[in-house]
Write a protein that binds this ligand. Structure first.
Ligand SMILES: [Zn+2]
Length: 271
């Protein structure tokens, strides 16, 4: 399931193909993905932006199309419209190409937004945005919630999903069940850095794949080779067996030695 790095790689691949192209026609194949087609038809795409896990196709005439890939959403750029499996939407571009959205499990979302803030107001800090500063992140790290829940909540920091949450917490050497209020200043700073580092490294690695024209976009990459703890059996740093535990209803992987629950600043070890 795509998280911020996968969506960002997709955005970078898509933008040169879409910028300046006009949307000639929109065919909705599944009413679940319906939106007012006339809001997009005849309009010109001025750019593709990303916010958290959403792609935003900006339109020169105002507004944007927002797309969330859900669990299984895929975009395919095709020279001809040959019907695809689980095709939900077909956008015919002025270049004659078709941008197809396919989604097996139908958990994706498409909407027309008059203003980007309709979405941005519901989401937290994007880790690649200028607003992602230590000061702003520190202000979010309050209260008794656990780190894992905090990272998955798109209203705090947006774009992180289950896989990168484990990777980020390992990088920061923080136990996923640590309450936010137990974090020392040094630990908050480690978390702040780890979020950006892990996501940026993943983007870089995924950006090195070979491209051909007619294909599913954003599929390749070395994602699985980057993982340090997610789905792994032993810690790459100390060799301790990795613990898999369901936290926030999702599989969470961590090293019990490198990420102790009783860390510095944790009230459990403060007399
Ligand atoms: Zn370890």
């Amino acid at each position: 399931m795509p998280e911020l790095p996968e969506v960002e790689v997709l955005r970078r691949e898509l933008e040169p193909f879409l910028r300046g192209k006009r949307i000639v026609r929109v065919e909705i194949r599944d009413p679940r993905f319906g939106f007012p087609k006339e809001a997009a038809e005849g309009k010109t795409i001025i750019g593709v932006r990303r916010l958290g896990k959403y792609l935003l196709f900006g339109l020169a005439e105002g507004g944007c199309l927002a797309l969330h890939l859900g669990m299984t959403g895929k975009l395919l750029l095709a020279k001809e419209n040959t019907p695809q499996k689980h095709e939900r939407m077909d956008i015919l571009l002025s270049s004659g190409e078709h941008l197809l959205f396919c989604d097996t499990r139908r958990l994706g979302k498409i909407a027309f937004l008059r203003e980007e803030k309709e979405l941005s107001e519901k989401l937290g800090l994007d880790p690649l945005s200028p607003a992602y500063t230590l000061e702003n992140v520190r202000a979010l790290l309050e209260g008794g919630r656990r780190l894992k829940d905090f990272l998955l909540d798109q209203r705090g920091i947006c774009g992180i999903g289950n896989i990168y949450a484990s990777e980020i917490l390992f990088r920061a050497r923080l136990h996923p069940e640590r309450p936010l209020s137990s974090l020392s200043e040094a630990e908050k700073a480690r978390l702040f850095v780890a979020v950006r580092e892990v996501l940026e490294e993943a983007i870089e690695e995924r950006g090195t794949t070979i491209r051909d024209f007619r294909r599913t976009l954003g599929e390749e990459g070395n994602f699985q080779h980057l993982l340090a703890v997610y789905g792994k059996s032993h810690c790459p740093s100390c060799g301790t067996p990795i613990v898999r535990k369901v936290i926030a209803s999702r599989s969470t992987y961590f090293c019990p030695r490198c990420q102790p629950l009783e860390g510095e600043g944790n009230p459990l070890v403060q007399e």
